[in-house]
Design a protein around this ligand. Sequence first.
Ligand code: PEP
Length: 251
Amino acid sequence: MSTISPLIAGNWKMNGLTHSLDELAELARLLTTGEAPRALVVVCPPATLLAAVAAQGASSGIIAGGQDCHAEPSGAHTGDISASMLADAGAQYVIVGHSERRTDHGESSDTVREKAEAAIGAGLKPIICVGETEAQRNAGDAESVVAGQLATSIPDAAGQHEVIVAYEPIWAIGTGRTPTLDEIGQMHDTIRARLVDRFGLSKGESIRILYGGSLKPQNAREILGVANVNGGLVGGASLLAKDFYTIISGV
Ligand code: PEP
């Protein structure tokens, strides 16, 4: 078992109205009445609920995170949110480079790195997402694609600040399909090797590498038990407190 304390982050995506805070209250109840979780628990709601999640989650150890931030600290960017705004609302983490942002908004790895730098500048811990498409995996290119994304998306500042990497094969997100445990292990080992190459042994071994993509109560324990998997990034299954709690309890 890894010596890095695990982290489980829930990504609510564009889901959640005020009544979703009932589900957060239920998660808090489960976390405080059950066995104390080994994992740090982060919930990334839509921005409209961020301040409420930060305030409501504090007493049960639930940490709030944003789902994206702009690379600039402020300015004429209608509809966007800066990293310092997320921090001001109570966030401690922010997801950057999620494949839905890369695809829907055409974000390149350069953009992702600038966002991660902005997050660090605002005192947030960026959760930097990487992952291959199904075609890239089938062509045998998964590792080189992910290596390229890592090299460009992770800022040099990661050498001095905390960042988290999330490996999310795009074809596993929201599909109910996952790589085999061997495939997950192989990719996480490769990512670890890249981090050690770039940041040195001590730093490279301290960076959490999360797995994301159809992590469910049924498969969480075995996936989270793979070497160099230091937690998970959970989409759909984070919307139901009971399911999310089962995943958290799996580490
Ligand atoms: C995600 O979008 O980050 C994700 C992992 O989604 P899901 O768990 O629904 O596959």
